[in-house]
Design a protein around this ligand. Structure first.
Ligand code: FMN
Length: 338
């Protein structure tokens, strides 16, 4: 197993879990790390919100032992708030702090944060410099290929962040204009890698060991990061880490998938301050993702979105397994007739 260093933090060279607001919460991160994610990152949290003691802060910034190595991700464009928010998040003892300069959503870019900083390298540099000065743990920066195709500047941007003391950069190989659609252009990651000395983390469209190796081989990146490929599929980290550990990979059986789905739901309920019903609202999309790509999954996914209790989820998982086996039997029967 190879390792990389982000500052003084030693990271397994497998694949890391991408930060995903509204998806990769404590339960999600814990599972992915358990299955072999190299590190995890919190959902993004507003530096201004932190300073005005947004009540969601503790929920977003808590770092448990099972999620480590873990970074807390902040966003903001005012160095003073960045400094103060770093003081606050430092109390949660993250292994590193990441600054989001890639978020494409209007609510964030319209206030000059997230990917809007790619259009203003001077402010972005001031933000990173303020963070580096205030932090006792490594500062990393996550950004995109550029704002749009006529302003691709990831290379220049990465160099500027390195100059201000960032200890690693993550490049999501899409422009802001692309949001999450179109193909990631991983060539840009190769260019960034050639231009800086700090570790470069490549991100975009990795979903399995094949696309992970492609990302490593075609870009020379130091680490791969993946997000959506882990929806209902923490097993992807087992697939990737077993490859690098030289271990045999066993794909999850249907039963294991449903077991982990149910455990995931139990973790969401246990970690929630809300009622079981409200926690189930959170859990529904995850349950649906675990059922993706199998027989009658559209119908089952629709049922997931109506789940109101854990007991119902258990029932649904049983029904799902039965339907898959019945289908297999019918298929085998038909096969034998021919
Ligand atoms: C639902 C969702 C939420 C996201 N939230 C964040 C976030 O909070 N911070 C961040 O830097 N990126 C965020 N991203 C972007 C991902 O970290 C990642 O860069 C992007 O999904 C591309 O990687 P993938 O193709 O492996 O999913 C989010 C993406 C999705 C789909």
């Amino acid at each position: 197993m190879e390792y990389i260093n982000i500052g003084n933090v030693k990271i397994e060279k497998t694949a890391a879990l991408a930060p995903m607001a509204g998806v990769a919460d404590c339960a999600y991160r814990t599972l992915c790390r358990e299955f072999g994610a190299a590190f995890t990152v919190s959902e993004m949290v507003s530096s201004k919100g932190l300073c005005y003691s947004d009540r969601k802060t503790a929920e977003l910034c808590t770092v448990t032992a099972q999620e480590r190595p873990m970074g807390i991700q902040i966003f903001g464009s005012e160095p003073e708030f960045i400094k103060r928010s770093i003081d606050i998040v430092s109390h949660f003892e993250p292994d590193f702090i990441d600054i989001n300069m890639g978020c494409p959503v209007p609510k964030v870019v319209n206030i000059g944060c997230g990917c809007a900083l790619m259009k203003d390298i001077k402010t972005a540099s001031e933000v990173t410099a303020a963070a580096v000065k205030a932090s006792s743990v490594p500062i990393t920066v996550k950004f995109r290929k550029g704002w749009d195709n006529s302003s691709v500047n990831a290379v220049e941007f990465a160099k500027a962040m390195e100059a201000e003391g960032a200890k690693a950069v993550t490049v999501h190989a899409r422009t802001r204009d692309q949001f999450y659609s179109g193909k990631a252009d991983i060539e840009i990651i190769a260019e960034v890698k050639k231009a800086v000395k700090i570790p470069v983390i490549g991100n975009g469209d990795v979903t399995d060991i094949k696309s992970c190796l492609d990302m490593y081989n075609k870009t020379g990146c130091d680490l791969v990061m993946l997000g959506r490929g882990s929806y209902g599929n923490p097993f992807v980290f087992r697939e990737i880490s077993s490859h690098f550990k030289g271990e045999k990979y066993t794909a999850p059986s249907l039963e294991e998938k449903m077991d982990i789905m149910l455990r995931h739901i139990r973790m969401i309920i246990a970690g929630s301050q809300k009622s079981e019903l409200l926690a189930m609202h959170e859990a529904r999309k995850h349950a649906a993702w675990y059922m993706n790509g199998m027989y009658a999954s559209a119908k089952f996914r629709a049922e997931c979105y109506r789940l109101e209790s854990y007991a119902q989820a258990e029932e649904l998982a049983k029904k799902f397994i039965t339907v898959q086996y019945e289908r297999e039997l019918t298929e085998n029967g038909q096969h034998n007739q021919h």
